[in-house]
Design a protein around this ligand. Structure first.
Ligand code: SF4
Length: 259
């Protein structure tokens, strides 16, 4: 795949400010996914990483980068509670793209402390305990893994849930770094399910086997189920919770609000 290069706005001698990035984000917003990925690869080089739970969105980004000849580093969270199908899917993705999917684990002693205090399934007790489990198994490990990278690619899309409706293609990542030192790039922000799955079909992208069992949002085994008719994709995550955003903390501000 060949595409026209995107000219990067000059940002001066010093590191870009939040205002510089806002202007750059506005300029990139109308561009198609492949041009946003190409811009990010050129701008950040090996400081760019794809973090993905290997759902369809992340795999489409990997496929686009692969076709552009961009050798992306790929991180995925191994929370300790993933379904076996996800591990099989990791192997399939490694073979298909010839990439080393780097599995990021939580801090073992922190998991042990949490489980001793509140049991292995603490997430069923309250939203607070569920968020604590997500913090230990997901948020802190990803925060550590992303620390060396000034930019990361995410498969976030606006139509996944109301909480994600305002997702821009490029944003300063205040959820994982309140100091705003990292960019989060969401090249598929404006893609809907139909477009995503048309791409997957047309390009032979390997997809997670649980999609064929009615799952639309796939994470830890005990915390997701197949979606029901008319539900939005993320309604099946932590389905026992009555309200609040169905988010684990990777994409929302520490205050609980959407970015
Ligand atoms: Fe824990 Fe469930 Fe969050 Fe996984 S999705 S980290 S099991 S609360």
């Amino acid at each position: 795949m060949e595409i026209a290069p995107v000219k990067t706005a000059p940002v001066g001698e010093q590191d870009p400010t939040a205002e510089d990035w806002r202007a750059e984000a506005a300029r990139l917003e109308p561009l198609p996914a492949e041009r946003v990925i190409a811009w990010a690869a050129e701008r950040f080089g090996d400081g760019l990483v794809l973090s993905t739970s290997l759902q369809a969105g992340g795999l489409v980004i990997l496929d686009l980068a692969h076709r552009l000849g961009i050798p992306l580093r790929v991180l995925t969270l191994d929370t300790g509670r993933l379904p076996e199908e996800t591990h099989e899917h990791v192997e399939r993705v490694r073979r298909h793209y010839g990439v080393d999917v780097e599995m990021v684990s939580p801090d073992a002693s922190e998991v042990e402390r949490m489980v001793r205090r509140a049991g292995p399934n603490l997430f069923r007790r309250s939203v607070e305990e569920r968020r604590e489990c997500c913090r230990v198994r997901k948020v802190e490990p990803l925060r550590r893994a992303l620390a060396p990278f000034p930019a990361w690619l995410s498969g976030l899309r606006r139509n996944q849930s109301a909480a994600r409706a305002g997702t821009p293609k490029v944003q300063v990542d205040l959820a994982l770094d309140p100091a705003g030192r990292r960019l989060k790039i969401n090249p598929l922000a404006n893609w809907d399910e139909a477009r995503l799955w048309a791409y997957v079909r047309d390009h032979g992208v390997p997809y997670h086997p649980l999609y064929d069992q009615g799952y639309l949002s796939i994470g830890c085994l005990p915390c997701t189920r197949p979606v029901r008719p008319a539900e939005e994709p993320r309604a099946a995550r932590w389905w026992w919770e009555e309200d609040g955003p169905r988010e684990c903390g990777l994409h929302i501000l520490p205050t609980g609000g959407a970015q």
